[in-house]
Write a protein of this length. Sequence first.
Length: 62
Amino acid sequence: MLEPLKPKWHTVNEVAQLLRFSVSKTKMLICTGELKSVKDGRNRRIMPEWVDEYIERRVKEV
């Protein structure tokens, strides 16, 4: 039986939901470079590892 595909990257809206942030705050994190993203056509995409890296950095700041 085949395993379901896991997302290779997320949209800005998906990351906002994952982090429980607003979309505007998530976009600001991208603009400031705190959260890595890649431009794909007109859209931004964020790899799951980049979300994890952001969370790890935030936790270390506490």
